[in-house]
Structure formats: structure tokens, C-alpha cells
Design a protein around this ligand. Structure first.
Ligand code: SF4
Length: 269
């Protein structure tokens, strides 16, 4: 807030300055969206003299999804707005014993319809705040405090004694693990080469030592033994240095142009 006190300050800042402030926080896509969204907002303000005043106007801003847009409408602008974020979904699926998988769009649609039906037209901001607080403090993920909950009389999950069976969520596929070497390339003067990462993917838009992709392993099999085994295999793409072997498609997808230039340079050496 001290560095970017207004949306105009954030919009006018260079990405590198924003990235420097965000470094270490993770979720770098959020920082990129925040910066892009600030630029979009300044355009709207320059044109209309004010922040967007409609749900559609807010949803058009990068990084603002339907629930955030609803929260801004209801709590920021004191207009009518509906929210249905993770906390609210948990309260609703328990209260109404909705047993559809919440990762499926049909269930999401039902939950939004229910949230819309329940949200009062007057003071929707207070309702939104109360629902979020309920989910964050009472109807928590693993230990819902049903005895203190104002909804306990008509909560179906509580009546069934199955509070933590909701929300129903399909098990996530284990994430792949990626292995890279970080190249420390130093000039005779002691300057070290840093490269800006592509906008997508890990550390998007940030500066990093050049990464030389080694291996991508599906699922949980991510120990070093797996990498060594793969390095010893015979499926090395022709354009990779001697000590790097991998699936060619992954190699192409993972390398930035600059990294590929360095790789070529390493091959020639
Ligand atoms: S009664 Fe329990 S499960 Fe139902 S909404 Fe309240 S805290 Fe959640």
C-alpha cells in the first residue's frame, strides 16, 4: 500500500517493480492479474470518471471472477451482489445436503442458483459478509462448530450427522514434478545472467537463473532415483546437451527461447 497507494500508481508501475514487491508470496499469476487489472481499471476511470458500477463491468477486469465481482458489488458499492466462494459453497452444500461433486460445473451452477435465491435484495453485502464469516469461523472444513451455528435447526448435514461428508469433491490428480538445473553463468566481470520467465508457468514474468529442464515425472513418483533412471535412458532428443535427457515435447514446452539459445550454446561448447 505504501508503494502503490492508488490504482493509478499500480497501473503506472513497471511489471518488474510489482514483481519485486510480490516476490516470495507465491501465486504469481495473481500479481500479474492485479497489475493488468489495475491498468484496465484506470482505462475505465479515465473514460467514465469512476470505477465500474455493474457486475459485468467488474467481471471484465483481469483476475476478478464472479464471486469477487459479486462481493465488490455487495460490499464495496452497496448494490445487490451475490457471492459463492469456497466458504459459502461449504456452508450451502452442508445446509442443503447437496451431494454433487463441487468440482463439476453442474453442481457449481446449482450452488450459484441457491446462493442467488437466498441472497436478500436489501443489504446483500451484510448477507455476503455473514456467509463468508460463517464458513471461515463456524462451518469450518474439518471441525464445524454446529452447536454455535445459527443454521443448526434446519441444516440437513447436521441432522444427518454427516457434516464433514460435504462438500463432495473428486480426488485431485497428483501433480507432476518437474526437475531443472539452475545455470549460474557468470561473465569475466562477475555479472550473472538472469532471464525473465515467460508469463505462463512457474514464476511467470519473474527473473530467474536460466533453468535447464531435466525431467517431468507424472504423479507422485518424484524422487531423485526416478530422475537418475530417466537420465540414463536412451530417448534423448538430438538438440539437448549430453547430460540432459527428456521427452522432446516437454522440453519444447518448458524452455523459453532464451533458454534454448543458451542450450544451443552449451551444446556447441
Ligand atoms: S449446522 Fe454445522 S454443518 Fe450445518 S451450517 Fe452450521 S456449522 Fe455448518
Amino acid at each position: 500500500m505504501a508503494s502503490f497507494p492508488t490504482v493509478q500508481d499500480l497501473a503506472a508501475a513497471e511489471w518488474d517493480t510489482v514483481a519485486e514487491h510480490w516476490a516470495g508470496l507465491g501465486y504469481y499469476a495473481r500479481a500479474r492479474n492485479l497489475h493488468k487489472g489495475a491498468k484496465q481499471l484506470v482505462e475505465v476511470i479515465d473514460k467514465t470518471g469512476e470505477f465500474p458500477q455493474t457486475l459485468a463491468g467488474w467481471e471484465a477486469i483481469s483476475g476478478v471472477g464472479p464471486s469477487t465481482a459479486g462481493a465488490i458489488m455487495a460490499m464495496g458499492l452497496h448494490h445487490y451482489g451475490v457471492i459463492c466462494d469456497g466458504n459459502v459453497k461449504r456452508v450451502l452444500t452442508r445446509w442443503a445436503a447437496i451431494d454433487g461433486d463441487i468440482t463439476k460445473s453442474a453442481t457449481t451452477k446449482d450452488l450459484w442458483a441457491l446462493a442467488e435465491r437466498l441472497t436478500p435484495t436489501e443489504n446483500s453485502g451484510l448477507f455476503a459478509q455473514a456467509m463468508m464469516d460463517m464458513g471461515a469461523t463456524l462451518c469450518t472444513r474439518s471441525k464445524p462448530a454446529c452447536l454455535l451455528c445459527p443454521l443448526k435447526e434446519d441444516c440437513l448435514a447436521h441432522a444427518q450427522g454427516r457434516e464433514t461428508d460435504y462438500p463432495v469433491k473428486a480426488k485431485k490428480q497428483p501433480k507432476p514434478s518437474k526437475f531443472s538445473d539452475a545455470l549460474l553463468i557468470e561473465s569475466a566481470d562477475g555479472d550473472i545472467l538472469w532471464l525473465q520467465r515467460p508469463d505462463n508457468g512457474i514464476w511467470g514474468g519473474l527473473w530467474s537463473l536460466p533453468l535447464q529442464f531435466v525431467e517431468k515425472v507424472d504423479g507422485k513418483a518424484n524422487n531423485k532415483a526416478t530422475v537418475k533412471k530417466t537420465l540414463a535412458s536412451d530417448d534423448k532428443p538430438s538438440n539437448m546437451p549430453n547430460d540432459v535427457r527428456s521427452n522432446e515435447k516437454v522440453y519444447e514446452a518448458e524452455f523459453t527461447t532464451a533458454e534454448q539459445i543458451i542450450n544451443e550454446w552449451l551444446i556447441k561448447k
